[in-house]
Design a protein around this ligand. Structure first.
Ligand SMILES: Cc1ncc(COP(=O)(O)O)c(C=O)c1O
Length: 466
């Protein structure tokens, strides 16, 4: 595979072409982005509006998008593997969603009232997500997990949250602890009293979970990403989910699946449908709102009923307002999206593209004999560079046998920067730790991406970085 691709890219020797390094070329090619980033640094800390969009030496700026692609300043084109942080299962601007949102825009964006669209949107959630007996809309995934935990405390009368190292559930106090390396409880600004109510467990370790459940009787809930930390960077399998279901039931602890990414992406009914394990509560966002802001908590009626005014009688009502809950614009986009999700077709396309990418990128990695790997399940492309095990072939890699600390946050930052910049120069926007495919990614996109990856590795080799 390698010689063919490299030949087709007509690569002359590095010396002969008198090429600059990748970083020098990045500075030159994206000079306008650099100017914009310099100005942004006077507006925003680090010049960005989301930690994940920070990049060294500076990010590219995007002005429009369509299907699998997006375009930057001076109309530079990129194949996009960000998928709107996971919100875009159908790629950018699917016509059904565009039409629904455009129509709704003329009818109003906020009624300050109940409306029929929220009914249709909520019904789709209950049809698709097995655990969804009742639904409450919120504005983001962070709000959904915040609400799930508060309700679990209210329902069980217990205080503590058990979560897994590396699993991400948004940025509020209880769950940001242990989400990133070094996976400890040190997050500035969170009071010690709050830290003491979060218990951190190694992922996929049912014995550790059971030990905690036996020794600590104040655990209200267990929350996890059902396909593993950061959409499978540290994967989790159905066996672990079934074990969790059993032990939580045995100990009177609520089980929360955070399906903010996996809901509607892994399968129309999320990971819980795929693995046939039904949690007590499910948090949703991203695809739920069709590419617009929005989230939801879904779950058992008797738990969600604690938001009801009826619970006031028992002094248990959880207060829950929210200006943009179920706003009509997000509802319109969400309905259009979920009606397509229902068919199950987009998942097949997105998974197929990711599968081919994983196989072909790994074959190139093996040709170069690198300690890199592309792995993942469903539409996930997880990229680990510089794992340090020289004799592990990328095509044989089994993440289930690896320690989570090696899988999450262990990549070489200097190489990540060069690779990311090299890929952008070659028209590919893939984050340093990977990305996601959508139903809009075509066979040609995959072929171009594989060629761009090979080209970038050749540049890295030429500048003796490999
Ligand atoms: C699994 C998971 N939970 C929660 C969140 C937080 O969602 P939001 O960014 O909408 O607050 C995210 C965001 O990426 C996520 O991936």
């Amino acid at each position: 595979m390698l010689p063919e691709i490299v030949q087709s890219l007509d690569i002359l020797s590095y010396e002969a072409k008198k090429m600059h390094t990748i970083l020098e070329r990045y500075q030159k090619t994206f000079a306008k982005d650099r100017e914009m980033s310099d100005a942004a640094n006077h507006l925003f800390p680090d010049g960005v509006t989301h930690d994940g969009r920070y990049m060294s030496p500076f990010p590219v700026y995007i002005t429009r998008a369509d299907g699998s692609k997006k375009w930057g300043l001076e109309d530079k084109q990129f194949i996009d593997y960000w998928a709107g942080h996971g919100a875009l299962l159908l790629g950018h601007n699917p016509p059904e969603v565009v039409e629904a949102v455009t129509t709704q825009m003329q009818r109003g964006t906020h009624y300050g009232a109940c409306h029929p669209l929220e009914m249709e949107w909520g019904s789709l959630v209950t049809q698709l997500i097995p655990s969804a007996e009742r639904v409450r809309f919120v504005s983001s995934g962070t709000e959904a997990t915040l609400m799930a935990i508060r309700l679990a405390r209210t329902y069980t009368g217990k205080n503590k949250v058990l979560k897994f190292a590396g699993h991400f559930h948004g940025w509020h106090d209880s769950v940001i602890l242990g989400a990133y390396p070094p996976f400890d409880m040190n997050v500035p600004g969170i009071p010690e009293e709050v830290c003491n109510t979060t218990l951190l467990c190694p992922p996929n370790d049912i014995d550790a979970v059971e030990t905690l459940l036996k020794t600590d009787k104040d655990i209200a809930c267990i929350i996890l990403e059902p396909t593993g930390a950061s959409f499978g960077i540290v994967p989790t399998n159905g066996t672990f989910l079934k074990q969790l279901r059993e032990v939580t039931e045995a100990h009177g602890v609520l089980l929360i699946f955070d399906e903010v990414i996996t809901g509607f992406r892994v399968a129309p009914g999320g990971a819980q449908a795929h693995y046939n394990v039904t949690p007590d509560m499910t948090t949703l966002a991203k695809i739920l709102a069709g590419g617009l802001p929005g989230g939801a908590l879904a779950g058992k009626a008797e738990v969600l009923e604690l938001i009801s005014m009826k619970s006031e009688r028992d002094g248990l009502k959880m207060p829950h307002p929210g200006t943009f809950n179920a706003n009509p614009l997000s509802a319109a986009a969400g309905i259009a999206m979920l009606n397509i999700v229902k068919t199950g077709e987009p998942h097949k396309q997105a998974h197929r593209a990711a599968d081919r990418l994983r196989t072909e990128l790994n074959s190139i990695i093996d040709d170069y004999k690198l300690d890199w790997v592309v792995y993942g399940e469903f539409s996930g492309i997880r990229l680990l560079i510089g794992h340090g095990e020289q004799d592990v072939r990328a095509s044989d890699f089994d993440p289930y046998t690896w320690d989570y600390r090696k899988l999450k946050g262990n990549s070489d930052p200097d190489m990540q920067e060069r690779l990311r910049c090299g890929l952008l120069l070659n028209g590919i926007d893939l984050a340093s730790n990977g990305g996601m495919t959508t139903a809009a990614h075509t066979e040609e996109d995959v072929t171009e991406t594989v060629a761009a990856f090979a080209q970038t590795l050749e540049w890295l080799k030429a500048e003796k970085a490999l």
